[in-house]
Design a protein around this ligand. Structure first.
Ligand SMILES: Cc1cc2nc3c(=O)[nH]c(=O)nc-3n(C[C@H](O)[C@H](O)[C@H](O)COP(=O)(O)OP(=O)(O)OC[C@H]3O[C@@H](n4cnc5c(N)ncnc54)[C@H](O)[C@@H]3O)c2cc1C
Length: 379
C-alpha cells in the first residue's frame, strides 16, 4: 500500500506509535473486560490534539482532510474497534456542529470538544426505528422557546459517559411527510428528564451503548441544529462521514487480526512443526490478508472521494459493507487458527470476533449497504 504520500505515511506511523506507546493493547483489553469507558485514552488523544483534526482552522482545529481522518481511524482501530468508536463517534458527530451549527453553537461546543472536556454522541435509532431510521417517534414540541422531548432512543453509543452532548434525532412536525418532519437537537446528557442506561451488549463494552428514556426533557430552541425539518439531511451527512470512519477502523482492527493469527501460526507447533507450515493455514492467512488489503483500498477510495467533495454514497456503502464483513471473516478465521487459545481474553481474538459480529449491524447493516449499492446501480 505505498501510494500514500510521505506525509500520510508519517501520519499513519505517528498514530500507530501513539497507540503502541500511549494507549496500549493491554489498556484496551482491560477497558473491555471491565466494561469501563476509556477516559484516560480519550484524554491522551485530546492532549495530542487529534480530536480537532477535522475541525476547520477558523474554529481552532487543524482543518485536515477526511483522508487524514480515515488514516487516524484506521490506526486507532488497531487494538479493537471499540476504542476507535470512543474517538470516532464524538469526532464525526462534532462535524454536524461545524456544518449545521449556529455561530453560538460553534462557540459553545467546539472549543470544549477539542479540549476533551465535552464529548458528542449521535442518537438516531429507536426501538421501532432501526434500519428504517426515519420512522422516529421521539417527539419534540416547541413550548415557550423550549423543546419538550418525550420518547425513547436506543443504542446510543457513549451517551452514558461524562460530559456528553447527544445529537438527537426527533420528530418536530408529525404532520409533515416522514423524512421532512425531523430535526436534530443538541441534548446534554445531564438534562433532567433523561434516563440513560448502559446495555450489557456483546461488544462495545468499553464505550458502552445505551437506551435512553426521555420524559419531558427540555432544551432551549437554540439547541436545534440547523433548521426545523432539516434533521434527515443532517443525519445523511453524518452517516456518510461515520461510515468512512468506521470502515477505516474495521480495516485497522482486521489487520491486527491477521498479524496476530500469523504470529501465532508461526510459533505454535503441532505434529513437530509450526502450524503455519500446513497449507490449509497458509491459504487461510493468504485469503485474510488479501481481503484486508481490498477493504483498505475501498476505505481509502471512499475517503479520497469525500475529501475531494465528489458524490460517493455508493463507494462509502461499499467500504462500510466490505470493511465490516472483512473484520467478521478474518476474526472468524483468527479464532480457528488460534484454536482453544482463541477463547481467552488475553489472546484478544474473541474480542475482535465480537467486534466483527457487531460491525455488520452498527452504522447501518450489511443488508442496507447492499440496498444502497443496488440503488446506485438503478436497481
Ligand atoms: C454496538 C452498537 C452500537 C450502536 N450505536 C449506535 C449509535 O451510537 N447511535 C445510533 O443511533 N444507533 C446505533 N446503533 C444502532 C444501529 O444503527 C442499528 O442497530 C442498525 O441500524 C440496525 O437497526 P436494528 O438493530 O433495529 O435492526 P433492524 O432494522 O430491525 O434489522 C433487523 C434485520 O433485518 C434486516 N433488514 C431491515 N430492513 C431491511 C430491508 N429493507 N432490506 C433487507 N433487510 C432489512 C437488517 O439488515 C437486519 O439483518 C448501534 C448498534 C449496535 C449494535
Amino acid at each position: 500500500m505505498n501510494f500514500l504520500s510521505d506525509d500520510q505515511k508519517m501520519w499513519r506511523e505517528t498514530v500507530h506509535r501513539f497507540m503502541d506507546e500511549e494507549i496500549t493493547l493491554e489498556y484496551i483489553r482491560k477497558c473491555d473486560m471491565e466494561r469501563e469507558y476509556p477516559y484516560e485514552g480519550y484524554a491522551k488523544l485530546a492532549k495530542a490534539g487529534w480530536l480537532q483534526l477535522l475541525i476547520p482552522e477558523e474554529y481552532g482545529g487543524n482543518g485536515a482532510s477526511i483522508f487524514d481522518y480515515a488514516i487516524m481511524c484506521e490506526a486507532i482501530g488497531k487494538y479493537g474497534f471499540d476504542f476507535a468508536a470512543a474517538i470516532a463517534v464524538p469526532t464525526f458527530t462534532a462535524m454536524n456542529v461545524v456544518r449545521f451549527g449556529s455561530k453560538q453553537q460553534k462557540l459553545d461546543y467546539l472549543d470544549p470538544f477539542m479540549k476533551g472536556e465535552r464529548r458528542f454522541s449521535i442518537s438516531i435509532s429507536e426501538p421501532s426505528a432501526g434500519s428504517d431510521a426515519a420512522s422516529t417517534r421521539t417527539r419534540a414540541t416547541l413550548e415557550n422557546g423550549e423543546y419538550v422531548i418525550r420518547g425513547q432512543k436506543l443504542w446510543c453509543s457513549g451517551a452514558a459517559a461524562r460530559d456528553v452532548v447527544i445529537a438527537m434525532l426527533v420528530r418536530t412536525d408529525p404532520a409533515a411527510p416522514k423524512h421532512q418532519g425531523l430535526s436534530v437537537l443538541l441534548v446534554p446528557n445531564n438534562t433532567p428528564g433523561l434516563d440513560i442506561r448502559r446495555l450489557p451488549t456483546l461488544s462495545r463494552r468499553a464505550t458502552g451503548t445505551t437506551e435512553i428514556f426521555v420524559d419531558d426533557a427540555k432544551v432551549p430552541e437554540a439547541n436545534r441544529l440547523g433548521a426545523a425539518g432539516q434533521g434527515w439531511e443532517i443525519i445523511g451527512a453524518n452517516l456518510r462521514l461515520e461510515r468512512i470512519a468506521i470502515a477505516a477502523a474495521y480495516v485497522g482492527n482486521a489487520q491486527t487480526v491477521v498479524d496476530t493469527a500469523l504470529r501465532y501460526a508461526q510459533q505454535r507447533e503441532q505434529f513437530g512443526r509450526p502450524i503455519a507450515e500446513f497449507q490449509v493455514i497458509k491459504h487461510m492467512l493468504a485469503d485474510m490478508q488479501t481481503q484486508v488489503d481490498a477493504a483498505r483500498l475501498l476505505a481509502y477510495r471512499a475517503a479520497e472521494m469525500a475529501t475531494r467533495g465528489e458524490p460517493c454514497d455508493k463507494e462509502v456503502a461499499m467500504a462500510k459493507l466490505f470493511g465490516s464483513e472483512t473484520l467478521q471473516f478474518v476474526s472468524r478465521h483468527g479464532m480457528q487458527i488460534l484454536g482453544g487459545h482463541s477463547m481467552l481474553p488475553e489472546a484478544d481474538m474473541e474480542r475482535y470476533f465480537r467486534e466483527g459480529m457487531q460491525s455488520t449491524i452498527g452504522g447501518g447493516t450489511s443488508q442496507i449497504q447492499r440496498t444502497l449499492i443496488a440503488k446506485s446501480l438503478s436497481l
